[in-house]
Design a protein around this ligand. Structure first.
Ligand SMILES: Nc1ncnc2c1ncn2[C@@H]1O[C@H](COP(=O)(O)OP(=O)(O)OP(=O)(O)O)[C@@H](O)[C@H]1O
Length: 254
């Protein structure tokens, strides 16, 4: 039976990449309608884990269930939004044209009502990522931060007809953003979670951990902890998540 409180469930999740074990027997859950942070240093396996969740990673063994279905199940395509570190937008199309295009691919047809629903979704999404004033600018002329917000907007289109994705998987979406944009983006993640979307965000910047309700801490392909930032600090006696992380690394030493 589908557990409606759980968006993601992994058990014994192992990934071998290029002959190396990139993820080693991970077991965790991601609660629905939360902002969950996937934190760990560079190379710890964050992107690999996200790829396994969206079903595009080879060499996976163990169990990975997303919204009660096996990861990568065709039914999940419209329920899961995924933003990689490399933006996949057309640089010669404007921001609005990119969104119109993806909305039409996600929910083609529907006659006049379908077109109206897509236009409304695109307008609302442009406003959400604060790109309304750049809607007519070709994506190739945007800054890195603006470009990553276009990718986020594409993921937010969901089914393309107004329905939000149930799960958003965002690989380091705040890299290179100034502090104001970072703050605004985190506020958007929390608004989305309050509306029922589960947001899984990766970061290698530990100070972003404090902005998450739940954390998965990764190191060398192993899960160091799965907890809320407050509980993590409490149980390790640390003042910050960064300190808690360092203490857990020490504890894990053989
Ligand atoms: N295409 C690939 N082929 C083989 N091994 C890979 C490939 N991409 C990554 N790896 C290895 O898998 C491990 C996990 O990498 P991954 O990209 O998941 O880490 P990450 O935590 O997302 O790092 P970053 O924060 O730098 O993006 C690393 O040891 C890396 O060298």
């Amino acid at each position: 039976m589908v557990n409606i409180k759980t968006a993601v469930r992994a058990d014994g999740l192992t990934v071998v990449r290029g002959g190396r074990t990139a993820l080693d027997g991970l077991g965790f859950t991601v609660a629905r309608s939360t902002v969950t942070g996937l934190l760990g240093p560079s190379g710890s396996g964050k992107s690999t884990l996200m790829r396994a969740l969206v079903g595009v990673q080879g060499g996976v063994s163990g169990t990975v269930e997303v919204l009660g279905l096996p990861a990568g199940h065709p039914e999940l395509r419209r329920q899961v939004g995924y933003v990689t570190q490399a933006p996949s937008v057309y640089t010669d199309l404007s921001v609005r044209e990119n969104l119109d295009y993806y909305a039409a691919v996600l929910a083609p047809g529907g006659g006049r009502a379908g077109r109206r629903a897509r236009t409304d979704t695109v307008e609302r999404t442009l406003a959400e990522v604060d790109l309304g004033s750049h809607a007519e600018v070709p994506a190739g002329r945007l800054s890195g931060g603006q470009l990553s917000r276009v990718s986020l907007a594409v993921a937010l289109l969901g089914s393309g007809s107004g329905q939000r994705p149930e799960l958003l998987v965002l690989d380091e979406p705040t890299v290179g953003l100034d502090p104001v944009l970072r703050r605004d983006l985190w506020a958007l993640f929390h608004r989305l979670a309050a509306d029922g979307t589960t947001v899984l965000v990766s970061s290698h910047v530990m100070d972003e951990a404090e902005r998450c309700e739940r954390l998965l801490l990764l190191r060398d392909g192993r899960l160091l902890a799965e907890d809320s930032p407050g509980r993590l600090c409490e149980r390790t006696g640390a003042a910050t998540v960064e300190d808690a992380f360092l203490r857990l690394v020490e504890e894990a030493r053989p």
